[in-house]
Design a protein around this ligand. Sequence first.
Ligand SMILES: C[S@@+](CC[C@H](N)C(=O)[O-])C[C@H]1O[C@@H](n2cnc3c(N)ncnc32)[C@H](O)[C@@H]1O
Length: 208
Amino acid sequence: MEQDYYSYIRKMFHRLSYVYDLTDIFIMNVRTEVVDFTDAKEGAKILDVATGTGKQAFAFGKRGYEVVGIDLSEHMLKVAARNNEYDNIGFILADAARLPFMDQHFDVGCISFALHEMPLSIRKEVLQEIVRVTRIGSTIMIIDYSSSSEKRVGGHFVRYVARLYESKYYAEFIHSDLNSLLKEYGIEAIAELSAMYGVVRIIKCIRR
Ligand SMILES: C[S@@+](CC[C@H](N)C(=O)[O-])C[C@H]1O[C@@H](n2cnc3c(N)ncnc32)[C@H](O)[C@@H]1O
């Protein structure tokens, strides 16, 4: 099952890597909102997990933070590396379920639009790894789709469109209780912003 997930994700993001940045036009503002909401201290070491083409990593890096972005897809990372003009941002090919970093190395952990790409078993491993590599008391930012958007006007439309291009794990994710899962791993949600007309949640958490 896990092998199926890894090859599925690598293939899917190989294809998407050529067009992925086009979708960022719609979420450009979310990137800046995430950085403002994180409010990390000057010079903080930030890990952007499942960084993709690095758009969120760049938004942090522009503010002078030390940023490392990791991803499973070499093709997504190629785009990130090609666009990287910053000495304070680096990209590494790695599995988020087995992060190549020491315990409590980072001041901030961030994962945007990636948890819904994972089956629950992997999602759990990834959260555990984010907790391991971030300091006790540090900030963890979780950005992903909100299930409440489905109850709003247009929510059914969003769900329909999302299913056309999101991974096969999206449907389970959107109906799952993310806050409870976070809590299980010692990630306590302390504040939340809603973005893109309620379609996206930006959750600010403390690593306990
Ligand atoms: C929809 S993209 C989001 C990229 C980026 N975080 C953003 O906000 O645009 C999801 C990314 O998760 C990555 N991914 C999925 N599972 C992963 C894993 N186990 N380890 C690392 N990256 C993973 C994919 O390769 C893909 O680049």
